[in-house]
Design a protein around this ligand. Structure first.
Ligand SMILES: *Cc1c(COP(=O)(O)O)cnc(C)c1O
Length: 384
């Protein structure tokens, strides 16, 4: 019963709701009946479930992935006079947490194959003031943690002080490197449950996972105004608690996560075949996966060559095919970071990526017919 495809949305969460909506509604009803809406038993259960899923000792629910990043750096006591290295080719929140704490933000360059931090470039930017580095596992593939940790360990020896590694795993829940899940490579790892993420709630939510008890305790304290016991404030924290609604929904969805991740992987492999069969290698570069990694495909991002990205995107939009651009500008090019004094060409790989990348639909419910239709339209664009 093949129906003719006339549109392919970039993301369609209704398809997911059609499958598990009854379960989602049922848990929301029980949260309503419980009268407990902030933290509470559903959040505790989610923290346990996510710690188990990540194979980490601790997990602390917070209000968003952005807050998870801020809290991880707060837990590391980052402040004025400190330098923190982060990629420029990432979502804003990976880096905005640094100047928020009064520290100096230092942008590093990416490896063009994986869009993740280039360890050698990071090494060249470490100084005696470097106190932390934010490593993003972009699009769902783990960064080169082995290379990065070697660079960090060498610098720690040279300067005689610890460099805190924050993993930004907001796009990468379930991703692995050498069989070890993200969240176990740095000192703290940040998750986002924003609805477009692989494990998405019905609003904002986030989590910090880690193996160190001290880090977990500090994040727990800081997410609740630094208060312990009630109305006694040990330090100045923030209000960043996870809602019971979100946790309840996420507890339901977590049971499906591996199935969905597998479906994303199937879709990625299908794109790979469809593009190979279309002989589009001169026009489209498909994503590279590194051998020892489990890629969870939060995004399927191709490079469009020949300066044709925006034209292709407009053509696909005419065909009612949704695409997106992650990210159209390096953070070092953003107006709010102009004071840092970077020129666009200072990070040539980031600049090039920002001009070439195009994200295609990759959600688990996407059909083979929709993917075929999409690749046919890409081929039609380049042959016209
Ligand atoms: C989504 C995302 C964040 C922020 O998460 P929110 O929950 O939206 O605050 C941070 N970093 C990366 C790489 C992300 O993709």
């Amino acid at each position: 019963m093949s129906t003719e495809i006339t549109a392919v949305p970039m993301l369609d969460l209704k398809r997911q709701f059609n499958k598990i909506g009854a379960e989602m509604n049922a848990v929301l009803t029980s949260v309503n009946e419980s009268g407990q809406f902030v933290l509470g038993p559903e959040v505790k259960k989610l923290e346990e479930n996510i710690a188990k899923y990540s194979q980490t000792n601790h997990a602390v629910g917070v209000a968003s992935g952005s807050d998870a990043l801020l809290l991880a750096l707060m837990a590391a006591n980052i402040g004025a006079d400190d330098e923190v290295i982060a990629p420029s080719f990432t979502f804003f929140a990976s880096a905005s947490c640094v100047p928020r704490l009064g520290a100096k933000l230092v942008f590093a360059e990416i490896d063009p194959d994986t869009f993740n931090l280039d360890p050698q470039d990071v090494a060249s930017r470490i100084t005696e003031k470097t106190r932390a580095i934010v490593v993003v596992h972009l699009f769902g593939q783990a960064a080169d943690m082995i290379g990065l940790k070697a660079v960090v360990e060498e610098a720690e020896k040279k300067y005689g002080r610890k460099i805190f590694i924050v993993e930004d795993s907001c796009q990468a829940i379930g991703a692995e490197l050498d069989g070890v899940p993200v969240g176990n490579w740095g000192d703290a790892s940040c998750l986002s449950f924003y609805p477009t993420k692989n494990l998405g709630g019905a609003g904002d939510g986030g989590m910090v996972v880690c193996n160190d008890q001290t880090v977990a305790d500090r994040v727990r304290l800081l997410r609740g105004h630094g208060m312990s016991p009630r109305y006694f404030h040990k330090e100045i924290g923030i209000n960043s608690r996870l809602d019971s609604y979100q946790a309840a929904i996420l507890n339901v969805k977590l049971a499906y996560l591996d199935e969905w991740t597998e479906a994303r992987g199937t879709n990625a492999a299908r794109y790979e075949r469809l593009f190979a069969d279309s002989n589009l290698a001169d026009c489209i570069i498909t994503p590279k996966t590194v051998g020892n990694r489990r890629h969870v495909w939060n995004q399927y991002v191709v490079r469009v060559l020949g300066g044709k990205r925006d034209e292709l995107r407009a053509y696909l939009a005419e065909c009612k095919i949704g695409t997106d651009i992650y990210y159209p500008l390096g953070l070092h090019q953003q107006e709010c970071f102009a004071y840092l004094g970077y020129k666009a060409e200072d990070l040539p790989q980031t600049l090039k990526a920002a001009r070439e990348v195009l994200a295609l639909p990759i959600y688990p419910e996407l059909t083979a017919e929709e993917q075929t239709y999409l690749v046919e339209k890409v081929l039609a664009f380049f042959k016209k």
